[in-house]
Design a binder for this molecule. Sequence first.
Ligand code: F6R
Length: 608
Amino acid sequence: MCGIVGIVGTEPVAGRLVEALTRLEYRGYDSAGVATVNEGVLERRRAEGKLFNLQKKLADEPLPGTTGIAHTRWATHGVPNETNAHPHFVEGVAVVHNGIIENFSELRDEMKAEGAVFTSQTDTEVVAHLLAKYTREGLSHRDAMLKMLNRVRGAYALVVLFQDDPNTLLGARSGPPLAIGFGKGETFLGSDAIALSPFTNQIAYMHDGDCAIITHKGAEIMDFAGNPVERPRQISQASAFLVDKGNHRHFMEKEIYEQPEVISHALGHYVDFANHTVNAETGLIDFTGVSRLAISACGTAYLAGLVGKYWFERYARLPVEIDVASEFRYREMPLSPDQAALFISQSGETADTLASLRYCKENGLKIGAVVNVKESTIARESDAVFPILAGPEIGVASTKAFTCQLTVLASLAIAAGRARGTITEAEEKELVRHLTEVPRIMSAVLNSIQGQIEQLSRDLSKVKDVLYIGRGTSFPLAMEGALKLKEISYIHAEGYAAGELKHGPIALIDENMPVIVIAPHDRFFEKTVSNMQEVAARGGKIIFITDAKGAAASNLPTMATIVLPEVDELIAPMVFSLPIQLLAYHTAVFMGTDVDQPRNLAKSVTVE
Ligand code: F6R
């Protein structure tokens, strides 16, 4: 992951580099650094921890210079401390890097044998050493860069500053994104257009295998063999405004409460509210003759895809093959061009999801992207883009992106059902009518359950382990509930298909183990209640998330029963997401963790 930025400017750049880093902090936040050339000398400031620490350091020891590079880190190689923070310096070469150099250990041994002294534990330092060696051997900066790029293997975006050429930066991309920004007499490099948005909206996206040399005059772009390539300039829509928390304590809380509004936006894009039909935006992929649908994604986006699988199979009778992208990409799954594939990603930059997409593309499949960031790599490499329109999601734990992904997938499944003749016009109207009710129902739920969830979270914050169970689409929701709780409260949690309980996890149940049962009164309700009985019989504490009908139908003792409105099976996953998100949120607040930036995580995962 990590965020990188560089500026060839006309005025001191340190402040602007740090400003750009504030927009890239979602990519990592365990240390940060900035380097400039001033009066022919490379200088840097680096600090462990959040960006705030670097800002304090720069306030005490300002950094002059009109050309510079900067980095916010998510550690891969080497612990997050100041020594491992970027930029890395070797003999007048400064490097910032996002990604992983896979052959770094072999290169480091080779350089060490030649006498190089390494000061950090990072993989990045070999890049600086190789560049220093090639320039020592007499190569120009350009040729040293190209030679280095042909030696390193892995996934990387790099920005390099040479002490003896303070008017130039060199950038390269092989995997993680890198964009070039064009200003008035100034040129920029950055991990995304949002980072550069305060400076310019004129952007060219580098492709994999591109190397760029940027100066005050603009950019020269070439492949790694040095052959010139053209990358079109586009006007970026990325907003220059940093979103704020409004009246909320955390971005995550704000994003949970924003869901009715953003789901309305998403619905406005995909359905016709007056006629209760899906609209043309859902038709960008023709599902009529598709024999099978492949879905791939990571984390929460994968769990949205898993809910989608139930919908595509039920409403469109379309078989779905789904896997987490880190497995999908290496499974050597047989594919044929009569299949279609959907890739779900909030950021649109997740490395494994992108690799799965490319695998499907090579096999001739029609590719659809369900993304939040429309300018992302995954969106740009897809045949059809289905934006989820959630707006910027800042909290690392995904909430509104999840329910917007569900909204888009539900619309697509209905569209596929119509195209394949597996649902009638009347059924389409009925399903879309249910979808259009989601924002209103969610608002009502958010207003009604807050107090009860806060109370319950106080108890939950004292436990060590939690189980979540559900059937049908409540099974992926159980996994999502567990993921949310563990990532922000650090309480161990697992989500299981309720029917799987007796195949192993039931052994864990005792009077200290809360079991969260997600069970709307649907086709599976009675079966889930049987599983609840099994938990109760073993002294497990049940937190029952159901609807009024479900609450009336069960008389089992519970630690708490959270009662939601009765809704159609299609929209239950959106509505039932709210209590599991709020439970995780309030539990984490009680425990005093860093809710928006939990330990060890980052919002955009651009390494495998
Ligand atoms: C969990 C979470 C992650 C992401 C995953 C994929 O709350 O946010 O599990 O869902 O890293 O990220 P995207 O959607 O950007 O591909």
